[in-house]
Design a protein around this ligand. Structure first.
Ligand SMILES: [Zn+2]
Length: 305
């Protein structure tokens, strides 16, 4: 069951595996994200109906199916004004893009069309970017915070920051072990940026509302640095470079995320690559195609030789 938690007179959230925000302004009500599927959305609608609370607007923070998968059913039930970040909106209108990009551009195998990688398509009425907006009765500020996804927007309404997946609760972080990201450098930059946003508290996509959320954000920063340090040490201990495939395998083993599912492995592969790319950008690693294998090298090690 989802707890419905009041944060101030207008801001609420449904606390679950994936949090769903709700803002109430008299005859208008805005959901922030939609959960993974129809059954989650049914619970949300039931609860709002019980309290005679309206649903007129929907804002989706980013195009991961656990955040927009429930929106298809919501749009069948309600005439709702749906708002989404640029680029992310394209993936929500064509959700097969997610298994497609994770699969390196190949036509996805049938097993990759599952609800964790591909939500049902939804219509988007309004595409926005970072900025200040008045939509219906809702005044909002949105913040471009990429890294976990390509054009993720956190949103601040009536003093509360709905932070999407910019950071995770520390419990969730530890549980995921190698939490999904597309670029670790952008992730770290977004984590630094989010600390500067003035608000009365923040709700992450996975975790709990906190007034003082900076500690949790710092915990996320420390966690990513720990993973980056692991990669650096690992690369330093491998003279002559390591293939991309080998690094993915060794990092997954080291963090005990052994999976036999292609869909999960693809998510880990993207994330491990996200850490490698950060170290390439930081000039710590180099990469080349050697004997038709994508190979990474530690620059420090190379210069010592
Ligand atoms: Zn996400």
């Amino acid at each position: 069951m989802l707890d419905f938690i009041e944060l101030n007179t207008t801001c609420f959230y449904f606390k679950g595996a994936v949090n769903i925000g709700y803002i109430h302004h008299e005859r208008q009500g805005m959901l922030i994200d939609a959960g993974i599927d129809k059954s989650t959305m049914k619970k949300v609608i039931k609860r709002l109906k019980q309290q005679a609370l309206p649903i007129t607007h929907l804002f989706i923070t980013h195009a991961h199916s656990d955040h927009f998968g429930g929106a298809h059913y919501l749009q069948e039930q309600y005439d709702i004004h749906t708002i989404a970040p640029e680029l992310e909106e394209a993936i929500m209108r064509y959700p097969q893009l997610e298994p497609l990009y994770l699969f390196g551009g190949n036509v996805p195998l049938p097993s990759l069309h599952n609800k964790f990688l591909e939500g049902n398509p939804i219509k988007i009425d309004q595409v926005i970017s970072e900025g200040v907006y008045e939509i219906g009765s809702f005044g909002m500020e949105t913040y471009y915070l990429p890294g976990h996804s390509y054009h993720q927007l956190a949103i601040k309404v009536d003093g509360i920051l709905y932070a999407a997946d910019v950071y995770f609760g520390l419990e969730q972080l530890a549980k995921h072990k190698i939490p999904f990201l597309t670029d670790a450098q952008l992730t770290l930059e977004s984590l630094e940026s989010i600390k500067l946003i003035k608000c009365d508290g923040a709700v992450p996509g996975h975790g709990e509302f906190e007034e003082n959320f900076w500690k949790t954000v710092d915990g996320n920063i420390a966690y990513h640095h720990q993973l980056l340090t692991w990669v650096k040490k690992y690369m330093d201990s491998h003279h002559g470079g390591v293939t991309h495939e080998m690094i993915v395998a060794d990092m997954c083993s080291a963090y005990e995320v052994n999976t036999s599912k292609l869909s999960q492995w693809l998510l880990f592969r993207t994330t491990v690559t996200g850490y490698l790319l950060a170290l390439v950008k930081q000039n710590v690693l180099d990469h080349a195609i050697l004997e038709n294998k994508w190979t990474f090298f530690s620059k420090r090690r190379r210069s010592l030789e």
